[in-house]
Write a protein that binds this ligand. Structure first.
Ligand code: HEC
Ligand code: HEC
Ligand code: HEC
Ligand code: HEC
Length: 105
């Protein structure tokens, strides 16, 4: 009986962790650009920035920036939106701001 409870607890913890990973999205996101692709360490950023809406400003129900930016009229183009969000925070927090620190060939 004790063994069964242990197994159930382990199973529950593992399942919860898996759901958390799925809801948090990919650990790393490769974004393609002609001058060099950007390797965005999503999970690493999540561990530093606890509030998802700092980036997902319209909420995490619609997590894809490119679902709006560059698709709908009257919304800043994707390049502008990414550059503004990434660089504005980096200027404050000491992250990279030079082209080649993000765009790697
Ligand atoms: C530092 C900024 C930042 C933070 C903080 C952040 N995200 Fe993201 N997230 C992004 C970017 C950028 C993408 C890529 C969006 C795209 O491809 O248009 C993304 C993608 C995602 C995706 C995948 C979207 C898809 O369908 O491909 C999910 C899910 C997600 N984020 C959830 C979260 C959750 C939940 C949190 C908080 C725990 C979080 N994110 C925190 C920037 C961030
Ligand atoms: C903090 C990281 C970061 C820095 C610094 C940065 N970029 Fe970007 N850039 C991105 C991201 C993220 C995208 C979006 C890529 C995508 O949509 O797939 C992007 C998109 C672009 C695009 C559009 C994609 C394409 O192929 O047309 C161009 C052009 C670009 N950047 C040029 C630059 C130049 C030039 C600099 C330096 C003055 C620079 N970037 C600095 C992160 C950065
Ligand atoms: C559901 C649609 C939607 C999604 C998803 C979305 N945005 Fe936006 N975004 C907007 C709209 C609309 C605006 C114009 C101002 C406003 O209404 O907030 C905007 C404005 C911005 C601005 C300000 C631009 C400026 O010139 O001042 C930035 C930066 C930005 N978004 C980045 C992002 C990033 C990065 C993501 C993904 C992590 C994202 N947005 C996801 C709709 C969206
Ligand atoms: C809300 C704040 C915030 C936003 C938004 C943000 N970052 Fe960062 N980023 C950071 C911080 C903090 C660091 C770590 C600085 C350090 O430790 O030196 C960092 C570091 C990085 C690094 C260097 C990683 C390393 O291991 O050296 C890259 C590349 C990067 N960010 C890309 C991006 C891209 C691309 C975006 C936009 C899609 C973005 N970041 C948006 C806060 C942010």
């Amino acid at each position: 009986m004790k063994k069964l409870i242990v197994l159930l607890v382990v199973g529950f913890v593992a399942t919860t962790a898996m759901i958390a990973i799925a809801a948090n999205g990919p650990e790393n996101i490769k974004m393609s650009a002609k001058i060099g692709d950007v390797d965005f360490a999503h999970a690493q950023h999540q561990s530093k920035i606890s509030d998802c809406t700092e980036c997902h400003h319209k909420g995490t129900e619609t997590p894809k920036c490119t679902g709006c930016h560059g698709v709908k009229d009257g919304i800043p183009k994707a390049k502008k939106a990414f550059h503004k969000q990434c660089k504005d925070c980096h200027k404050k927090s000491g992250g990279p701001t030079k082209c080649k620190e993000c765009h790697v060939k």
